[in-house]
Design a binder for this molecule. Structure first.
Ligand code: CA
Ligand code: CA
Ligand code: CA
Length: 164
């Protein structure tokens, strides 16, 4: 009997503590929302995976649509049947993220053609992501949206054009 009373008292105290905690949590969530930094889109991908060593490509703008692939490695041909990008991943990327490891070859160079040909555009570690390629071109002046066919990790100094 005494034990049960203590149990009820403890549960009531627990509910009271929970009740007191809830308003604070709600206020905090509202304040985070008000600062305009929801974990969505390319910014969300970058925040959740920064420094994991990968590069990412998505079919839609702001990392929407299909995730075409993510890789810590290179792929000289996005349309063949090997490597992280295959088949219809080719000529389909519209947004890109760099969550690589800072230092050295921490920039990703993307190319119009397979075999690292046809002009390039880069996304540095500091740039983090490019949410829409529709206003970007490769070094050759060719539109970059839905046109990437290969990529590799390079040093930023190896790039003469950067996607934005
Ligand atoms: Ca696309
Ligand atoms: Ca491939
Ligand atoms: Ca291409």
């Amino acid at each position: 009997m005494i034990k049960r009373r203590i149990g009820v008292a403890t549960a009531a105290f627990g509910l009271a503590a929970l009740g007191l905690a809830l308003p604070g949590t709600a206020a905090q969530a509202a304040s985070e929302g008000a600062t305009g930094a929801p974990a969505a889109g390319c910014d969300g991908v970058w925040r959740a995976h920064q420094g994991d060593g990968n590069m990412w490509a998505f079919s839609g703008s702001d990392c929407s649509g299909t995730e075409l692939g993510r890789s810590p490695s290179w792929d000289s041909n996005w349309s063949n049947s090997s490597g992280p990008f295959q088949g219809d991943d080719n000529d389909r990327a519209t947004s890109l993220v760099n969550t690589g490891t800072q230092g050295g070859r921490d920039t990703v160079a993307f190319y119009l053609g397979s075999g690292y040909e046809g002009g390039h555009g880069c996304v540095t570690f500091g740039e983090k992501y490019v949410d829409n390629l529709d206003d970007d071109t490769f070094t050759t002046g060719v539109a970059a949206n839905n046109a990437i066919s290969s990529h590799q990790w390079v040093t930023a100094s190896a790039c003469s054009k950067f996607f934005h």
